[in-house]
Design a protein around this ligand. Structure first.
Ligand code: SF4
Length: 393
């Protein structure tokens, strides 16, 4: 088995002693012609296991690309390369790396990541078994090169890309993928919320040597013109997923102050039994409280001014949102106006007040429900006033 590496050749030392070439971890894949995509080189491993089959899917519909594509009658740039049939597990079979690991099976994917990490394959299998590591691979993305995420392995970096209602082009998204993989992104989240989501994703998947994550609810909401609201209970979901041999990696909140990072990681590890944790980008680049405050108040000019490189920061911002009103807009081009979580959080605070205030409102609502449940009576016979488990019959 061979794994990709980048070999960096070095000049001899001044005294003529040769310096050996250095081999480093490589994420960029073999390179592809964007219109054709990469070779599905992992397909034989998937087919040899004989636990998946071709899925008679409902077929692609124009509405999968959003309302603009329906109006136009076509996505803006059709995918004309290889169109693999979607696969899924055969009835009664589970096809996750965690499932194989828990049964003691060492897959080629595990051997591949062990070679990449230069560690024993048994360490990979054990960490995946325990849920402390994940090998994010989908049977419908056979172009991707296996990699592992977990505390025993090299730190991995994710890149977020995606179109939005503000800026949108399939070729731009594919170019972003290529640049991200070239400069060392280990995984990529496609957070598209704008037009042509389905077709954009097809282009990205067919050209990506690294695992792709998505937020399916964005696509669902784009179809129905909805709004975002994530109330997932991550600790409970982690346990339920593991019961079904589903690998879990927990995404932490973004936009959290730097001094709360440690607490955030420790609480997640405790609640989620060591499942790998993924913390979001602004953590590493936040400079101080003034910048955090400017960001939460959508003072874009101050964010540029407080940044490490104000000129470049503003240039990047203005590439997509050059107009003056955008300097105070309550969103940027990354998530767009409908999905700006900063804006949504502020709206919630404006409507319901601080977290303490929201807890007080919830408490009053609970008491109100209790009051209605006993018939809206103020004066009740004594047993009804007691806790249910202490009331005498
Ligand atoms: S749209 Fe809002 S939440 Fe998204 S990156 Fe911009 S400011 Fe942050």
């Amino acid at each position: 088995m061979q794994v990709p590496v980048t070999e960096i050749h070095q000049l001899d030392a001044p005294d003529g002693t040769p310096n050996d070439p250095l081999r480093v971890y490589r994420t960029m894949g073999p390179g592809s012609v964007p219109e054709e995509g990469l070779e599905p080189w992992r397909a034989p491993w998937i087919e040899e296991r004989d636990d998946t089959g071709v899925h008679e899917a409902r077929g692609r519909k124009l509405e999968d690309d959003g309302r603009s594509a329906v109006r136009r009658g076509a996505p803006s740039q059709q995918w004309r390369g290889r169109k693999p049939e979607p696969r899924r597990a055969r009835p009664g079979r589970t096809v996750t790396q965690m499932h194989y690991a828990r049964r003691g099976v060492v897959t080629p994917e595990m051997r591949f990541v062990a070679l990449r990490e230069q560690c024993d394959v048994e360490l990979v299998r054990q960490e995946v078994t325990a849920g402390r590591a994940v090998i994010p691979l989908n049977v419908n993305h056979p172009e991707s090169e296996p990699m592992v995420i977990g505390r025993q392995f090299l730190v991995k970096v994710n890149a977020n890309i995606g179109n939005s209602a503000v800026t949108s082009s399939i070729s731009e998204e594919v170019a972003k993928l290529e640049w991200a993989a070239k400069w060392g992104a280990d995984t990529l989240m496609d957070l598209s919320t704008g037009n042509d989501i389905h077709t954009t994703r097809e282009w990205i998947l067919r050209n990506s040597p690294i695992p792709i994550g998505t937020v399916p609810i964005y696509q669902a909401l784009e179809k129905v013109d909805g709004d975002a609201n994530d109330a997932a209970q991550f600790a409970e979901l982690t346990k339920r997923a593991w019961e079904h041999d589903v690998q879990v990696m927990v995404e932490g909140p973004g936009h959290i102050p730097l001094h709360k990072t440690r607490e955030n990681v420790e609480r997640q590890q405790e609640l989620c039994d060591g499942a790998p944790f993924y913390t979001l980008g602004p953590l590493a680049t936040e400079r101080d409280d003034a910048l955090s405050k400017a960001r939460s108040e959508f003072r874009w000019r101050d964010q540029f001014g407080l940044g490490l490189d104000p000129v470049t920061a503003q240039e990047y911002h203005d590439e997509t949102l050059p107009a003056e009103p955008a300097k105070t807009a309550h969103f940027c081009s990354m998530c767009g106006p409908k999905f700006c979580s900063m804006r949504i959080s502020q709206d919630i605070r404006d409507t319901y007040g601080s977290a303490d205030n929201q807890a007080a409102i919830a408490g009053m609502q609970r008491k109100s429900q209790e009051f209605l449940a006993v018939g809206g009576q103020v004066y009740l016979p004594e047993p009804a006033l007691r806790e249910p488990d202490t009331a005498t019959p």
